[in-house]
Ligand binder design. Sequence first.
Ligand code: 5GP
Ligand code: MN
Ligand code: MN
Ligand code: MN
Length: 272
Amino acid sequence: MPTDPTIETPTANVYEAYDMTHPPRHPGIGWTRFVCVSDNHSLIFPVPPGDVLLHSGDLSRHGTLKDIEVTLNWMKSLPHAAKFFTGGNHDLALDANYDQGGSMRNCKPKSLKDKDIVAARKLVRSKELRKAGMVYLEHESTTYTSPSGKTYTIYGSPAAPFYSIGAFQYKAGDGKAIYDRIPASTDILMTHTPPLGICDVTKRGKHAGCPELTERLNNEDLQRCRLHVYGHIHEGHGAAVVGLSPETLSGRVSVNAAMPNKPLAIIVDLKD
Ligand code: 5GP
Ligand code: MN
Ligand code: MN
Ligand code: MN
């Protein structure tokens, strides 16, 4: 028996857990199914089909080219027509700061070779992955047009607040400039970090999301953003709907697709 949606509004259905052998039926033309994953850390697992696959970073376990390739090859094999992904703090070989003498140069682990960084950064933007429908987003946007003709603008950011040595991290207070780059036209937002206060509680009970991202999301100019997908704080896995307006009956679906115990994607169906 398929599981009922955990969130249901007139314009969105969210499934956090479902029977893998009977995933929910696609609602049909005029709806787009986003299948959200994050923080698989080189672990590969079956995911249900859908129109769009979204991966919010921590593709790899140790940040090497080899570890990143495991996840990219898995994503390549999946049936979704469009696949958007960003990096995370574990994905060292994707961070140009490790390559170009940036602030983290001295923290480069011995196992990470310079040529692997060049190769990984090239691979994520390669023709080969493009052909498989895969688009890497590092502080940038792209678009997806659904079969019914609705165009979604999708923005991805691999950043997260500094916690321990890792890629794409910023000091507390430096998040504003990073998230000011999210364009007002964004319909679908992918970030590695959660925003402070939504699906961001650690096993110690602490809210570990980014306050500057929350501030950016609350800004009026981002009100057309209908889906925010992130990961990073694995224990925060889950979904919520934010700002459900009584007039329009639509709000922003906020999803932490990281996996604390068993691998499972979160399915979000949006009305185009
Ligand atoms: P990762 O190493 O995969 O980025 O994060 C793994 C785990 O480390 C998270 O699930 C969380 O328990 C912890 N963690 C990562 N970043 C932070 C942070 O900024 N603050 C706190 N309190 N915990 C974090
Ligand atoms: Mn992670
Ligand atoms: Mn870690
Ligand atoms: Mn992370």
